[in-house]
Design a protein around this ligand. Structure first.
Ligand SMILES: [Cu+2]
Length: 142
């Protein structure tokens, strides 16, 4: 009986290890001090016409979606988002993905107040751990 329970314990430990490994392989870690930020426009800026947004990243590199490389990711833009994406899950269509490795974009926004925020995602569009998220800025389109 003692042998059997030892065997069961061994099996359950290796199953747990397998699950932890699977989670580790989809969520990428981010290095300490990594940050993403919106270079332009600046918080509170009033803009007429299309909004040209420049993305900044420090402490990490940009890599296209699908590219597995340590300490890299691609940008995701949240426009007028109410909540940040869920940790450990691929980001969906409520954000704009820049899977080609782009570091800027031009968007047409209706007149009024809008918020912009950047979130870095790994090769599978999953936020890093800890998440690399910019400050949310507010702009006015006229
Ligand atoms: Cu993505």
């Amino acid at each position: 009986m003692k042998k059997l329970s030892y065997l069961l314990l061994t099996i359950s430990l290796s199953v747990n290890a397998g699950i932890t490994q699977a989670i580790d392989s989809v969520v990428s870690t981010s290095p300490e001090g990594a940050s993403v930020y919106i270079i332009s426009p600046v918080d509170g800026e009033t803009i007429s016409g299309p909004v040209h947004i420049l993305f900044g990243l420090s402490g990490m590199g940009v890599a296209p979606a699908g590219t597995v490389r340590e300490n890299t990711g691609h940008h995701h833009l949240l426009i007028d988002g109410e909540a940040l994406p869920t940790a450990g899950q691929a980001m969906g269509k409520d954000l704009k993905h820049f899977g080609g490795g782009q570091t800027e974009t031009k968007v047409e926004l209706p007149k009024g107040k809008h918020t912009l925020q950047l979130i870095l995602g790994n090769h599978l569009h999953i936020p890093h751990n800890p998440p690399v998220v910019s400050e949310e800025i507010t702009i006015i389109v006229e």
